[in-house]
Design a protein around this ligand. Structure first.
Ligand code: SF4
Length: 437
C-alpha cells in the first residue's frame, strides 16, 4: 500500500481566508494527502497569510519564517501572497507563492513539490468538505473580491473584482453543511449585498426551481434549510432594506453586520463610501420598526486622515443616536498601496488613540444599556462550549468570535451544538448570564 503524503496548514487572517484554507484542505484530502498538525510529521507546509494591515503582514512573515525553520518546505498563499516580492524578499527559500482564493494554483504547487499519492481516496472526504470551525457552525463564502474602491482598503487590488459563486453551488454547499450537522450558517464575502451584480443577477437553479443570484433571494432560500442564517459584511446599498422583512418573519436571524465606517459626510466622501448619517439614521429607524429585535453591528474607522475634532464629534453623536448593538472601531492605519495614504492632514497617533478610547467608552455605555433591557427575557441560544460550571452559548445577537456570549448557569446538561431556551438573569457591557428556562 502506498503511504499517503502529509501536509501541514497554517491559516491566518479573516473568515474569508479560513474558507480558502478549508477549500485547500478539502482538495488535499480529496486527492489522498493526509493533513498533519505538526511540522515534524509534515512533508510540506502551506501558510495561508493575511496582508490587510501592517501588523498582519508582520505576523504572516513570522509564520512563514517559523514554518521554514521548523519544516523547511513551505508554500505561501493568501492576501500577502498577492505581494509575492514582499514574501520572496523576506523568505527567498519558499517553494511557491500564490495570491488569495487560489486553491488551483496551490494544488499545482503541491503537485510539483510533493507529487500526489497514486490512489486518490475521494470517498474518504465528506460531502461538506474539511472545515476549521466547530461542527455546529460554518462560514459560507458566496463571492470573492470587491468592485468598490474604498480609499483605506487594498482588498480589491489583492483579491480582484467581485466574482459571485453560482447560486446553485452555494445552496448545495449550504445543504451539505446542514446535512452534516451545522446549525448556523455565517454568510460571508467582501461585499455580501453585491452578490450577483457581476452575473447581472442571473437566474440559477436550486431544488429544480429557478433562484436568482441575489442576496435577498439567496437569504430566503438559505432560511428554509433549518439552520440559523447570519449575514455578514453587508455594504449599505438601498436594497439591503429588502432582507429586513425576512428577519422579522424569522426566515433568517435578525442580525445585520453593516459597516458604516464614519458618520461625517465629508469623511465618508474621502473614504469613497456612500450615505449621509441622516439617511442612515432614518434607515435604522425603519429597520427597527419592521424588525424590533434586529441586532445591528457596525465598524468604524477613527482618526481617518483629515478628521477634525468636529467631524469626530459628529461620529460620537451618531453612535449616541443610532444605539447600535455591536460596534468594532479601529484607528486608521496606512496600508501600503491604499490611496488614503496620499490624503493630507494625517491625525497624530496619540489623538487617534484618544478618540478611539472616547468612542469605545461611549459604545460600552450604549451596549450595556441595550443588554440590560434583555434581562428577564427568554431567548433561544446555541451552545458553543460546556464545562463544569455550565454552558457558554450565543444568541441571535451574537456572531462567533466577534460579539458577546451568553453564560448559562447550570447548563451542564446541554451539549455543544444544542439549541436551548434560556431566561436572561444578568448582563454587563458585552455579555449576558442566563438560567435554563
Ligand atoms: S467594500 Fe470592503 S472590501 Fe470593498 S473596497 Fe470597501 S472596505 Fe474594501
Amino acid at each position: 500500500m502506498i503511504k499517503p503524503k502529509s501536509i501541514g496548514m497554517i491559516s491566518l487572517g479573516c473568515p474569508k481566508a479560513t474558507v480558502d484554507s478549508e477549500h485547500i484542505l478539502t482538495r488535499l484530502r480529496a486527492e489522498g494527502y493526509l493533513i498533519s498538525g505538526s511540522y515534524q510529521d509534515s512533508e510540506l507546509v502551506i501558510v495561508n497569510t493575511c496582508g490587510f494591515i501592517d501588523s498582519a503582514v508582520e505576523e504572516s512573515l513570522e509564520a512563514i519564517g517559523e514554518a521554514l525553520a521548523e519544516n523547511g518546505r513551505v508554500i505561501v498563499t493568501g492576501c500577502l501572497g498577492a505581494k509575492g516580492d514582499v514574501v520572496r524578499q523576506a523568505h527567498p527559500k519558499v517553494l511557491a507563492v500564490t495570491g488569495p482564493h487560489a486553491a488551483a494554483e496551490v494544488m499545482e504547487a503541491v503537485h510539483r513539490h510533493l507529487p500526489k499519492p497514486h490512489d486518490p481516496y475521494e470517498d474518504l472526504v465528506p460531502a461538506q468538505g474539511i472545515r476549521l470551525t466547530p461542527k455546529h457552525y460554518a462560514y459560507l463564502k458566496i463571492s470573492e473580491g470587491c468592485n468598490h474602491r474604498c480609499t483605506f482598503c487594498i482588498i480589491p487590488s489583492l483579491r480582484g473584482p467581485l466574482v459571485s459563486r453560482p447560486v446553485g453551488d452555494v445552496m448545495q454547499e449550504a445543504q451539505n453543511l446542514v446535512n452534516a450537522g451545522v446549525k448556523e450558517l455565517l454568510v460571508i464575502s467582501q461585499d455580501t449585498s453585491a452578490y450577483g451584480v457581476d452575473m447581472k443577477y442571473r437566474t440559477g437553479f436550486w431544488g429544480g426551481k429557478p433562484l436568482k443570484t441575489r442576496m435577498t433571494e439567496l437569504a430566503g432560500a438559505l432560511g428554509v434549510l433549518g439552520a440559523w442564517v447570519r449575514l455578514h459584511y453587508v455594504y449599505p446599498y438601498p436594497h439591503v432594506d429588502e432582507v429586513i422583512p425576512l428577519m422579522a418573519e424569522g426566515v433568517i436571524l435578525p442580525y445585520l453586520d453593516v459597516p458604516f465606517q464614519h458618520a461625517s459626510a465629508r469623511i465618508l466622501g474621502l473614504m469613497k463610501r456612500p450615505a449621509s448619517s441622516e439617511d442612515v439614521l432614518a434607515r435604522i429607524r425603519k429597520w427597527r420598526e419592521i424588525c424590533p429585535d434586529i441586532t445591528l453591528r457596525s465598524t468604524f474607522i477613527v482618526g481617518f486622515p483629515g478628521e477634525t475634532e468636529d467631524e469626530f464629534a459628529e461620529l460620537l453623536d451618531f453612535i449616541e443616536v443610532a444605539q447600535l448593538d455591536r460596534v468594532g472601531a479601529f484607528v486608521y492605519s496606512p496600508v501600503e498601496g491604499a490611496t488614503a495614504n496620499d490624503l493630507p492632514d494625517h491625525v497624530p497617533p496619540e489623538v487617534q488613540q484618544e478618540r478611539l478610547g472616547r468612542l469605545m467608552g461611549l459604545q460600552e455605555e450604549v451596549s450595556a444599556a441595550r443588554l440590560t433591557r434583555k434581562v428577564g427575557r427568554t431567548m433561544r441560544v446555541l451552545v458553543d462550549e460546556v464545562d463544569g460550571e455550565g454552558a457558554i452559548a450565543r444568541s441571535a445577537a451574537d456572531a462567533p468570535e466577534i460579539d458577546g456570549l451568553v453564560y448559562v448557569n447550570s447548563g451542564e446538561v446541554l451539549q455543544v451544538g444544542d439549541f436551548a431556551d434560556v431566561r436572561i438573569v444578568d448582563s454587563d457591557e458585552h455579555d449576558l448570564w442566563a438560567e435554563p428556562d
